[in-house]
Design a protein around this ligand. Sequence first.
Ligand SMILES: Cc1ncc(COP(=O)(O)O)c(C=O)c1O
Ligand SMILES: [Zn+2]
Length: 404
Amino acid sequence: MNGYRCFACDTEQAIDFTGFNCPACGGNLDITYDYAAIEPAFGAGKGMFRYEALLPCADPGALLPLKIGGTPLHRAQRLGASAGLDNVWLKDETGNPSASLKDRASAVALLRAVATGADTVAVASTGNAGSSTACLAAAMGLRAVVFVPETAPAAKLAQSLAYGAMVVAVRGSYDDAYDLCLRVCDERDWFNRSTGFNPFTREGKKTTSFEVWEQLGQVPDRVIVPTGDGNILSGVWKGWRDLHAAGLIDRLPRVDCAQAENSAAICRAVEHLREIGSDPDWRSVDIGSVAASTVADSISVDRPRDGLAAVRAVIESGGEAVTISDEEILATIGELASSAGVFAEPAAAAPWAAAKQLARDGRIGKDETVVLLVTGSGLKDVAAMPAGKPVLVDANPESVRAVL
Ligand SMILES: Cc1ncc(COP(=O)(O)O)c(C=O)c1O
Ligand SMILES: [Zn+2]
């Protein structure tokens, strides 16, 4: 890296800057690189650290023994065919150490924490960033404090507790937990890994794009991203832009934003901008907030904390902003699992719900190469899954015969 640039006002900071957000306007910061000086080759490091040349940290080696990233990309032929799509792929992030894509972000952020001499890392989370921070902090010998809404799914809380984090359940929403975490970090001088505010998380998340490019052997036509705060979306776009700036690819995919219809501040902002004109100034948008409510807890966000960077990603890439209902999201969990063998939590199933909607509306071509980002495991929220019931039998073959 060679410094920072504010998304909102373009003010730059030098590489030795130790703050988190823009001193001029409070906006989120983008980490910058001298692309011309980057050796456009990927090394032999473990998982996501193969891409050290485009990361703001060195391969941690023994400091971080877990393998993060290097997740599979599955072709989902039967699933795609069910919506008339020939080239659907699943980037399956469920196999990361804490079972979500967030581990990529935690890795880069926690290495930054170590580099700045921090011993306590705090994070506000709907659940996954917290369990991920707790997991990696445990592996690296750091103390973790996780602020979550008290309604966070039990499995995500159980993970954070098992990894030994202090879990602070806040009577309120994710947004309340977020603001509280900011205040306590200020008071205690803790390292704040929270999404959006911390510029390092985006850098980890972008490595998923590097992997998709290598695994597909080409740039896909579109990547569909489940979106709450918008940091995964902005990270995915950053990854493709990095590859382009480093001279490794000569075209860019569209990145599509999939949001729950009752938690859709980013989609709303994109639509608003597109109503204004064909080449809108994304910096001018007021993202505002909504009163979020969705079964997909990971993307239930009132005020997106990386909203501007996410809106930029959709506008610049020419992507779609798609809202889906909770019913559609829940239905797709079973479809992904039974047609492709991938069990996703509600948020992680949302890209497939969005793809089906785009296909129905003729906004995706049949032949387009579509990558769905499956961001977290269904085991994290089994209560949300509208599962059928097992068949109950007595312990004899006649009883089984009777139900077959
Ligand atoms: C599984 C999963 N998918 C998607 C998201 C949305 O990411 P972002 O809030 O960066 O938009 C999250 C965030 O918690 C998540 O845990
Ligand atoms: Zn600024």
